[in-house]
Design a protein around this ligand. Sequence first.
Ligand code: SF4
Length: 339
Amino acid sequence: MNILSLSLNQLVHRLETACGKGRFHARALYREIYKNGNPDPLSAPEFAASPKLVQNLEKSIRLEPGRVKEVFQDGSLTKFITRLADGLDIESVIVPMNRYNTLCVSSQVGCRMGCAFCETGRMGLKRNLKVSEITGQLYNARHILKKQIKNIVFMGMGEPFDNFDAVMAALQIMNEQTGFDIALRHMTISTAGLLPGIQKLAAMHLPGIRLAISVNAADNHTRSRLMPVNKAWPLEKLKETLAEFPLPRKGTFLFEYILIKGVNDLAAHADLLADFIHPLPVRLNLIPCNPVPGLGHESPSDEDMNRFSQRLVEKDIFVIRRWSKGRSVSAGCGQLGQR
Ligand code: SF4
């Protein structure tokens, strides 16, 4: 069994059926592997009196987070590439925040959403990641690269709601207190706007989990051009779905808006965006587009970005300007998957 794919309850069940042992030993394994990164988890004191169990587990437990193949550094930002068992590669980014790090994880190899500004989209979808390949990114960041990770954002390669079940299972494992212990309020799932996924997440009532929407245009014509997903689920439907989403009290959605020079950065676009946002509770991230060779998009100038941002602020929108981090190692928004 690849332990990185099992929730604590699933592990308890496996130990009960395979070895007649249960929660006590499962918790010890979770703690040693996920929390302590102990390469020899069966040396924990809980196993000292159970040599048969140790023998049994030595044969059956596998810990396969994927091999960290390359690490790139841009200042304090780190991007790493993991080679999966079938030879495919995925990318993850560790972004330094004020007091701790945020890990941006991938949920698919490639992506089939085809967003016009995104290198991952250009790859097409190779396959969904398994649960262990998602949790493996956190394992590698913490215990191989030795980074303190407190936040997880599903904003790496792929559309998380296109791999819904595996993402939810991974999230549950990352959340388990005995193990990785990442609080739900420190996890963000970012979607291009797959409404069935948003509805399924709403039905799960996961307290505190944050939902981010990649918006990028507030008129259907421009958005469909940038994000083909908009043809199936246009802006009106997206807004309706968000209005029904059970946010916690004082909760907000995170909207991401990648500014592309001459495409979605004019005053009229800002006005449409403000109209689209009202009256939803939203924190808006404005991100200058990262150049991806061959996609032909340019970042707006600082002045244009300021103007766009100011126009929204005047309309009472809560705006956060993001300076694109990690451009030099292709770790910025829309750049993952570049070769
Ligand atoms: S922006 Fe996200 S959803 Fe769109 S193609 Fe890229 S990875 Fe997929």
